[in-house]
Ligand binder design. Structure first.
Ligand code: ADP
Ligand code: MG
Length: 657
């Protein structure tokens, strides 16, 4: 019962503590029963190994007993959860260590302020400054621990233990590492605190130090050997402490505090931080650049297709069966030259129409041999397909009507037959028929299925009557006047052909095939989208590797800062606080890495666009996505190390070397 005025602060009953060392069991405490009243000043003495520190850690809630009961202010604490213990440590107890345990990268003032991060009290520096003044360090507030003497460091540690106004100070050999002058100073401070009503429990092995307490307990082999009162307790100042609130949810301002701390520790390890950022930076950078490159490639393809004109239709015969008898494919729906003329004259939306035949041809020049595609076309072809030769010329209408044996060759054919030699005016043989080369087609590249430069274009009439022996055409390339008219024109063409060739309704579906450029564009931009998705996926893998790099660094950092984690827990940090601290660090690393990566990706895409000649474009979407992705990487890969840190038991972490 925590009744106001109840003077018993601590009540231990048959406390034992055993450590397991391999198969051995060490009994450090063998049954300690003890009552400590409010306002007392107790010294615990005894030879080394007698269990003094073990007892102090249990009293300070840094460790839990193996068996027995511990009541603090009338409340059983041996069964409390770790977080509840953290809160009690934070609000009730100030612990002072022999080794001071200050955080080396922080100034004296920041060290004193640190517990406020976990108690959510306003961290105005006023209180910390007045405490530092109280321990006589007004002139040293901005100094780091390595710029302070041992005595000064211990005074900073005492100020830190007082910041949350604890009702009890636990000190384990507080003067053990100090010279005699500092020793006197520290004892004066402790006595002064006790005079103000704070209960002090102090472990020491020095007789003259222990003699200064009001009560002296001697231990030997894990048991209390003697317990004597040296001075009366004085007036205990009792207040009900159980009313103090325990939990506080993490709020936005805490996040800021964690981020600030995270930035600080990261700044202290610049090289390491830089290296782990590099992974994320390269990952995000390549995602952004690859997405930009993909978009650029897509736009380039679309522009190329648009230059061909999106108003083009390609009409081919389909295959039908008439009267249930299997016909040779396309027999009844073969297209004749006059079909084209009729389409052009009867359908007003048609701008131009170009018949063509195709076939394979064996081409020879000197001793070179090449098999390629032969296209017989009309002169309209050159304009419609933007195929005006850059070298030489296209054939004329006259040459077409006299079935002249002239050929315009694609660049692949040029390379295979002529190498570096000029082909213009040379005679080649196509299927043993002599042709004169009059021009070279502009390079078209591959459309993904076939090499569009592996072709020879010759006059339509020459192809039909001299080379391929066809009296019909294979296809009509039809140019519609404007894009909007395409669906109507398409239907009109089909209707005209159905009635002209008397195709029964049941067969109309397969009689002809009309493809428009919009369909083809759609198919091609689809394949380029797939391509850029693939590139982005590969880049995303490097982002993943970057994330693993962060995890690695954070794990190292957790191991390296085990002692720091122990100290933070000792002064009241809950699991959640430690978790947040480490998460904040990995998120800061990945977010900064991500932002730099976006920058790098932007620069890289500019360079890529300069190299490829494509107008690469960094989309806002890809920036947002990769930024969020990198923040998420930081969270996900930070969770494991952060959890590992948060799980550490305070006293084990403090003992870690
Ligand atoms: P003191 O502070 O009086 O010198 P300790 O409380 O540190 O004594 O130790 C009491 C006994 O418990 C010693 O025998 C010591 O070896 C043992 N001990 C203390 N801590 C551990 C530990 N973490 N693991 C195993 N044995 C321990
Ligand atoms: Mg000890």
């Amino acid at each position: 019962m925590a009744v106001a005025g109840d003077a018993k602060m601590i009540q231990l009953d048959a406390i034992t503590k055993s450590y397991r060392m391999g198969t051995n069991e060490v009994l450090a405490l063998r049954g300690i029963s003890l009552k400590v009243e409010n306002g007392d000043f107790v010294s615990i003495m005894g030879p080394s190994g007698s269990g003094k520190s073990t007892l102090a850690h249990i009293l300070g809630l840094l460790d839990v007993p193996s068996t027995g009961s511990y009541q603090l202010n009338g409340k059983e604490v041996s069964a409390l959860s770790e977080d509840a213990l953290s809160v009690l440590r934070r609000d009730e107890i100030g612990f002072i260590f022999q080794q001071f345990n200050l955080l080396p990268r922080m100034t004296a003032l920041e060290n004193v302020d640190l517990p406020l991060l976990y108690s959510k009290k306003s961290d105005s520096n006023e209180r910390a400054l007045s405490l530092l003044e109280k321990v006589g360090l007004t002139t040293r507030v901005g100094h780091k621990p390595n710029e302070l003497s041992g005595g000064q460091q211990q005074r900073v540690a005492i100020a830190r233990s007082l910041i949350n106004s604890p009702r009890m100070i636990l000190a384990d050999e507080p003067t053990g590492n100090l010279d005699s002058i500092s020793e006197t100073e520290i004892m004066a401070i402790l006595k002064d605190l006790n005079a103000q009503g704070i209960t002090v429990i102090m472990v020491t092995h020095e007789e003259e130090i222990g003699a200064q307490a009001k009560r002296r307990i001697r231990m030997r082999d894990g048991l209390i050997q003697s317990d004597e009162r040296l001075l009366p307790i004085g007036a205990p100042t009792a207040t009900d402490v159980t009313a103090k609130s325990a939990q506080a949810a993490t709020s936005g301002s805490d996040w800021l505090a964690y981020l600030r701390q995270g930035l600080k520790t990261l700044a202290a390890n610049k090289v390491r931080t830089g290296l782990s950022m590099l992974g994320i930076l390269i990952g995000v950078g390549s995602v952004v650049a690859m997405l930009a490159l993909g978009t650029g490639a897509q736009k380039a393809i679309e522009a190329q297709l648009a230059s061909l004109g999106s108003n083009l239709l390609v009409l081919r015969p389909g295959s039908v069966r008439i009267g249930g008898v299997a016909q040779e494919a396309g027999t009844t729906t073969r297209l004749a030259l006059e079909d084209g003329l009729e389409i052009q004259s009867k359908i007003p939306d048609i701008k131009d129409i170009a018949p063509s035949v195709t076939g394979r041809g064996q081409v020879t020049f000197m001793n070179k041999n090449w098999s390629t595609q032969i296209q017989g076309v009309s002169t309209t072809y050159a304009r419609m397909w933007a195929a005006q030769p850059l070298v030489g010329r296209f054939f004329s209408d006259d040459e077409n009507s006299v079935r002249a044996r002239v050929a315009v060759i694609g660049t692949t054919v040029l390379r295979e037959l002529f190498g570096d030699q000029s082909p213009i005016g040379e005679l080649i043989k196509i299927n043993k028929v002599s042709f004169q080369v009059i021009g070279v087609l502009p390079e078209k590249g591959s459309n993904g299925y076939r090499d569009r430069d592996d072709t020879i274009v010759i006059p339509l009439n020459t192809a039909m009557h001299r080379l391929l022996g066809k009296d019909y055409v294979d296809a009509f390339d039809i140019e519609v006047k404007n894009f909007e008219a395409i669906p109507i024109a398409q239907q009109q063409i089909l209707d005209l052909l159905y009635s002209k060739k008397r195709v029964p309704t049941s067969q109309q579906q397969d009689a002809f095939q009309i493809r428009n450029m919009a369909d083809i564009q759609e198919a091609m931009s689809q394949s380029s989208k797939t391509m850029s998705a693939l590139l982005a996926a590969i880049a995303a893998i490097s982002l993943l590797v970057g994330g693993i790099g962060i995890m690695n660094i954070m794990l190292v950092s957790v191991t390296e800062r085990t002692k720091e984690i122990g100290l933070r827990k000792a002064i009241g940090a809950r699991r959640q606080d430690i978790l947040m601290q480490f998460l904040a660090e990995s998120v800061v690393v990945s977010v900064i890495g991500g932002l730099l990566g976006i920058l790098l990706g932007g620069v890289a895409s500019l360079v890529l666009s300069w190299i490829t000649g494509w107008a690469t474009s960094v989309s806002a979407q890809s920036v947002v996505v990769s930024f969020l992705f990198s923040a998420m990487i930081g969270l996900i890969f930070g969770i494991y190390p952060a959890k590992k840190a948060a799980r550490l038991h305070p006293i084990d972490a403090l003992r870690y070397e």
